[in-house]
Design a protein. Structure first.
Length: 183
């Protein structure tokens, strides 16, 4: 697992040593950030279900203004902290330990993100609700990306959001959402 491009390029990140965390493959991450290239510089990013922090760190490497990591597992929070330190990232981020939906409710009401990256467990039952809750924090013109199992299609439309693009790589897929009416 490594940073693909940007100022932290080629940094090798620590991976989880326990079951239950499924890091995004380098191949899928490369596809994701090739598509997001014009969106990331200067963006305020939410990395939901952050795991190792690899997606948020890739965004930092490519010029994101800030990243908010949300993760429930204390081991993963420690892993994110290790990866941030290893990459020499000491500011421009916030880590929130807790349930994703609860963390969103705890953020200031006017807090919005230009880019939201969601990588929930593939077996999660409430994907529509997670995407809807995160979408409420999407800034005008922003993009929300959901990583999901290819075998479990992502919703086409979720309250206020429309899926505008899909990418499949191996057993994983990405669904890109924009606010209805913003193209």
């Amino acid at each position: 697992m490594r940073i693909i491009a940007g100022r932290l390029r080629r940094r090798v990140l620590k991976a989880p040593t326990w079951d239950g965390l499924r890091p995004t493959s380098d191949r899928l991450k490369e596809s994701l950030f090739a598509i997001l290239a014009p969106v990331v510089p200067g963006a305020h990013v939410l990395d939901g279900f952050a795991g190792s922090g690899a997606l948020g760190l890739e965004a930092v490497s490519r010029g994101a203004a800030s990243v908010t990591f949300v993760e429930q597992d204390s081991r993963a929070i420690a892993l994110i902290a290790e990866n941030l330190a290893h990459c020499g990232v000491s500011d421009g981020y916030v880590m929130i330990r807790g349930d994703f939906s609860a963390a969103l409710r705890e953020l200031p009401g006017d807090r919005r993100f230009d880019l939201i990256l969601l990588d929930p467990p593939y077996a999660a039952d409430d994907i529509d609700a997670l995407v809807c809750a995160a979408g409420a924090r999407l800034a005008a013109g922003g993009m929300l990306v959901l990583e999901h199992a290819k075998r479990r299609p992502a919703p086409e439309c979720v309250t206020g959001l429309q899926c505008v693009r899909r990418v499949v790589a191996g057993d994983s897929a990405l669904a890109f959402y924009r606010r209805l009416g913003t193209g």
